[in-house]
Write a protein that binds this ligand. Sequence first.
Ligand code: NAD
Length: 235
Amino acid sequence: MIRVAVVGAAGRMGSTVCQAVRDDPDTELVAEVDAHDSLEAVLDAGADVAVEFTLPDSVKRNTTWLLERGVHTVVGATGLTDEDLKQLDDLTGPANLFVAPNFAVGAVLMMRFAEQAARHFPDVEITELHHPGKVDAPSGTAQRTASLIAQARRGEPLRSDEHAARGQLVDGVPVHSVRLPGLVACQEVVFGGTGQTLTLRHDSIDRSSFMPGVLLAVKRVATLPGLTVGLEHLL
Ligand code: NAD
C-alpha cells in the first residue's frame, strides 16, 4: 500500500486526486494539506509520496521542502521553469521527482503527434482553452507542445509573425489562450500547408481524465531515480 499526501488538497485538482487515491486499492490517503496547513503533516503521516497540485507561486517552494526531507514527489502544478527544474533535480537523490504538465494520456499523444507533424509543416499555431480560474497563461501543456514542435524542426525555421497581442510566442510558436466558463482544459494545434491544414485537438472534459496518469506516477515515482518530466516516460 502506498501512503499518499496531497498538497493543494482543497483545490479543483487536489480534491479530485484525494478521491482517486481513496478509490484506488493500492494507495492510501494519509494527509491533505492546503494553503493554511503545515507541510509537516506530510512527514507526521509517514507519506511515501506527495502529490503537489498547488499554484505557480508555491509549487517550487513546496517541492523543495519535500525533496529536502526525502519525500518522493509527483508535481502536477504548472509554473516550474527549466531553471527551477534544474535546481530541483539537484535536490533529488534521497527522493525522486516526477513532473508532468499534463497527466491526460490523450494530451500526451497530441503532443507526440504534433512533434511528428512539425517535421512536415513549418506553419503552426496553438490555441489552449481553459476554465477562467486558471491563473497562468499560456498553459504548461501549450508551452511544452511548442518546445517539442520547435525541437522537432531541428533548427529549421518556423514561419510565424510576431503579433504578440494575439497571444505569446513560445519557442517561436504562436500560442493563444482562451479562458471561459464551461471549459476544463482543451488544446488545438493547427498546422497549415499548401491547400491543407492539419488540426490536432484534445479535450479534457472532466478532471477525472488526469487521474489514471496521476496514479500511475504515484505508483512509479519511487522507481524512477532523479527527475523525470512527462507522462510519456511511463506509457
Ligand atoms: P485551484 O486554485 O483550484 O487549487 C489550488 C489549491 O492550492 C488551492 O486549494 C489553494 O488553496 C492551494 N494552495 C495554494 N498555495 C498553497 C500552498 N503554499 N500550500 C498548499 N496549498 C496551497 O487550482 P487547480 O485548478 O486545482 O490547479 C492546480 C494546478 O494544477 C495549476 O497549476 C494547474 O495549472 C495545474 N493543472 C495541471 C494539470 C496536469 O495534468 N498536470 C491538470 C490541471 C491543472
